[in-house]
Design a protein around this ligand. Structure first.
Ligand code: SF4
Length: 477
């Protein structure tokens, strides 16, 4: 969600006359931090980066610094107190105000703080500068009506707001017309999509409607919630050829007691039942997950429950997190916060288990033929292995080599290759003969060619820049 918001910020700023400053090339005139508040580490990182920038600002007071995103929505004036050299603080509901706030800060020579309590305009109507020519994020909803006790999102992103299907499909069609062949539908809880306009089956219908869009090769979505994951969605996934055989389904814990304490309204049996249904209808589906270790009150027995569900689920990969206490969430007030050493030890056991499963599941792919959407251009292939990279239909990372005499694909093209090797976190393909290797040139590859021609034509000599995220700032020569 934040990555897509950053694309919007870049689009807005480009529309207001700025141009992107590639990190490391020089010093930007505007630096925007789009922050996350899900984990405590994000706070530390932000203030560390702001501290680093204070020295640059001393030398170049005209440089503007803006802080947005969830941490800005949460910390508000605290940011200006801790880092008074910041020029603009804006929240999650008013991304579109950034150019005006920068202008006002410049004009009034005074820091601007603007935080709205709820969304007024759905952010997808804002201009967007997309990072990829072949893949695009498409928001279907923002906010969340759930109340998971560890999560700060509902407090910072507000109640769920759903976009109308016609608007979403029109955005996808426009992306496809621009060369995009893969979209990821985004929502905090995609299964509840439609709740705002009274259609509980809206998400499955939306997936099927995506199947009708000519030229759209790959459809993904994130994230579903196990409590609301209904059979109509599984059927829509199985029956819509361009919906990819991949599912990211957050488990969080395998202990029913911890799930209850987390206010996650499913239990491990239901979770495993969903995976079984998905695998019955989509046999090669790669299922990934999120897991939190060390939630307050988690006992060794509870943790063993998580290990058991992980063993049974055979996840293709998992994002594993140590519980991070977020002030303002109910879980932060719970007694029985676990010592760091206990959490660390459990975390290491979980990651060791999941790493083993990742390696075993990837090893099962050897011998299969996979279609890979190329994500790296030939100039960036590994100098060691000379392989290119991309993603298979089930989203596995594939490093592949081009056999002698084979056509070199462009980013956005699709190659079909045999899997000849595997590791825990990627697959390897070294086709032995040309017959084992084929390239399907795509409109996304054509779009990449066009973008290269345009950047060669215009050069990168603009003096006004924007850095998004956490920029490295070399000294001006
Ligand atoms: S479903 Fe739970 S974890 Fe996900 S955004 Fe909503 S409150 Fe947070």
């Amino acid at each position: 969600m934040n990555v897509h918001d950053s694309e919007r910020l870049a689009g807005l700023l480009e529309a207001s006359g700025l141009s992107r400053q590639e990190t490391g090339d020089g010093i930007a005139d505007v630096v925007v931090f789009n922050t996350c508040a899900v984990r405590e580490n994000a706070d530390n990182k932000l203030y560390g980066n702001l501290g680093m920038l204070s020295h640059v600002k001393e030398k170049r007071p005209e440089m503007q610094i803006a802080v947005g995103g969830c941490l800005a929505q949460k910390d508000r004036e605290t940011i200006l107190k801790k880092a008074p050299w910041v020029d603009v603080v804006f929240g999650t509901h008013n991304v579109g105000s950034l150019p005006a706030l920068l202008e006002r800060a410049r004009h009034n020579n005074e820091a601007q703080l603007e935080i709205l309590e709820s969304l007024e305009v759905f952010p997808s109507t804002l201009p967007t500068k997309r990072d990829s020519v072949h893949s695009g994020w498409v928001s279907i909803s923002v906010g969340c009506n759930n109340t998971c006790t560890f999560c700060i999102v509902p407090a910072l992103r507000g109640k769920e707001r759903d976009r109308r299907p016609g608007e979403i499909l029109a955005e996808i069609e426009a992306l496809v017309a621009d060369g995009v062949i893969e979209v990821t539908l985004l929502g905090q809880n995609v299964n509840s999509y439609g709740v705002e306009f009274g259609d509980r089956l809206a998400f499955g219908k939306l997936l099927r409607a995506c199947g009708q869009i000519e030229g759209l090769e790959r459809v993904r979505f994130t994230s579903p919630h196990p409590a609301a994951f209904t059979d109509d969605v599984i059927e829509a996934m199985a029956e819509t050829p361009n919906v990819m055989p991949q599912l990211h389904m957050p488990l969080q814990s395998g202990s029913d007691k911890v799930l209850k304490d987390m206010r996650r309204s499913y239990r491990s049996k239901k979770f495993l039942g969903i995976l079984e249904k998905v695998r019955t209808l989509i046999p090669h589906a790669a299922i990934t997950t999120d897991i939190i270790v060390g939630f307050p009150g988690e006992t060794e027995e509870d943790f063993q429950g998580t290990l058991d569900v992980v063993e049974a689920s055979r996840f293709a990969s998992a994002f594993t997190f140590q519980y991070s206490k977020r002030p303002g969430t109910p879980a932060a007030e719970l007694p029985d916060q676990l010592p760091k050493a206990v959490v660390q030890e459990r975390f290491e056991r979980l990651t060791a288990l999941q790493d083993r499963i990742c390696a075993e599941e990837n090893a099962k792919q050897v011998g299969r033929t996979v279609e890979v959407l190329v994500t790296e251009h030939a100039g960036r292939k590994s100098t060691e292995t000379h392989r290119l990279s991309g993603r298979s239909t089930d989203q596995r990372l594939v490093h592949f080599s081009v056999p002698a005499g084979g056509e070199t694909p462009r980013p956005g093209d699709l190659v079909t290759v045999p899997v000849t090797g595997s590791a825990a976190f990627h697959l390897v393909s070294d086709p032995a003969t040309l017959a084992e290797y084929s390239v399907r040139r795509s409109r996304a590859g054509d779009a990449w060619d066009r973008s290269q021609a345009e950047s060669c034509g215009t050069g990168t000599t603009g003096t006004t820049g924007v850095s998004l995220g956490m920029p490295a700032l070399p000294a001006r020569k």
